[in-house]
Ligand binder design. Sequence first.
Ligand SMILES: Cc1cc2nc3c(=O)[nH]c(=O)nc-3n(C[C@H](O)[C@H](O)[C@H](O)COP(=O)(O)OP(=O)(O)OC[C@H]3O[C@@H](n4cnc5c(N)ncnc54)[C@H](O)[C@@H]3O)c2cc1C
Length: 462
Amino acid sequence: MRLAVIGGGIAGLAAAWEGVQQGAEVVVLEAGDRFGGKVTTTHDDGWTVEQGPDSFVAYRPAALALIKELGLDDQVITLQGTRQVSLRVDGRLHPLPAGMGMVLPTKLGPFVTTGILTPWDKLRAGLDLLLPRQLGAEDVAIGAFLGRRLGRGIVRKFADPMLGGIYGASVDELSLDAVLPSLRESERTHRSLMLASLAQGRAAKAPAGAGSPFRSLAGGMGQLVDVLTEALRARGVDLRTQSPVRALERTDDTTTLHLDGGEVIAADAVILATGPAGAARLLSAPLPAAAAALAAIPLATTNVVTLAYSADAFAEPVTSHGWLEAGGAPVSGVTVSSAKWAGRAPAGDVLVRAFVPDTVGAMARASEDEVVAAVTAHVTQNLGATRPPTRTWITRWDSLMPKFTVGHVDRVRAAEAALAPTPWRVAGSALHGVGVPDCIADGRLQAQAALTQATVLHGVRR
Ligand SMILES: Cc1cc2nc3c(=O)[nH]c(=O)nc-3n(C[C@H](O)[C@H](O)[C@H](O)COP(=O)(O)OP(=O)(O)OC[C@H]3O[C@@H](n4cnc5c(N)ncnc54)[C@H](O)[C@@H]3O)c2cc1C
């Protein structure tokens, strides 16, 4: 079996790894001049700058499983110090209440006493205890659903900053069924979301002080890409950069991939790990129904701005891990990378990164100089630095982050139904999850599915 993987981001590389495990002959075709896609780590003069993800969650096991298979376990690192994350609401920083889940409290005490919500916000949230079930069969925006049950206070001050940063979209457009299907289940089983969340909090048997779920690698997330590509090469995988695929064609027996420059490659099974827009372009002629569903997935833009400060810009060592913004700022959140992870900055110095997504407004598409200037002013003031940063870096991910908006599950179903009879599968952040572990799990699953379908088709023809 010959498996062709289009796109050498983490999903494509994971698909290639799975292809090798299944005994396939694998080629990876990456348009850019490096592998990893959004997983990009730059080592610059003692600074480790993450241009995409800086970590992954351990409770989705696919990333740790792959790391173990690659023999990289001893490079896994956990957060340094005590996790201190704040929320800036209406100009004031507040600690996140203990036991706060993604959008709902799992403990009542800290929620009742937090200064983030006004007394009215808390009373309105309490109405959730009395309201009847609200959901019908159709998908809704998370913001609208939470607003109806708990009021806009929780939506604006918790749900939007917590989810918006991860999904690059406002909760007023994010799909309940694609992003937080557990809330639908909570309403079904408990009616009140608050009661369901508190019950989950009581049931969770996490030992006191159980660590944070976040993990990274000593050499940054790019270390995973470096080691994975090395392992793939060692197993005979044909890894090609600067090889954009322009078109796909399928005859009864085989798939033909047309590369820029006229080269053609034959394959039995194909993984499209290009992101939804790239996959839609490649599928528009051979599978228009899949292409239409993928093209309907909206794409967000975000900027990652990284700032390096020398230690003497601060009166005291910076130990906070950062903060999220509940609107009214040029950034959606700030991470103090040097406090969070070991080895990200020269000793004592401070490395900070901030996000400027579409959700903060026009600033996301301003010139890079303007974005860096706005972020520098905001972070320098709010972090209490007495001097400007000594270095800055910016990466813009322009219309590259799939948004799981209302109706996403239907788009996924339509794309997968059209692909099902073929030995072609879409993998990566487009359909089932945007996190690195999701992309790894999906890459592997889709490689298995594409190879299985290719085997079925060969069997039928024989
Ligand atoms: C700023 C930022 C921060 C993030 N933070 C985190 C985090 O902390 N933790 C976490 O778990 N996740 C995080 N994510 C999400 C996660 O990084 C991504 O969802 C994931 O890396 C996407 O991987 P992918 O392989 O699906 O796509 P991509 O990384 O986008 O890779 C797609 C690849 O396909 C190539 N390609 C496109 N078209 C073609 C073509 N026609 N022919 C050949 N190649 C093509 C592209 O060049 C690219 O290399 C973050 C994302 C961003 C942008």
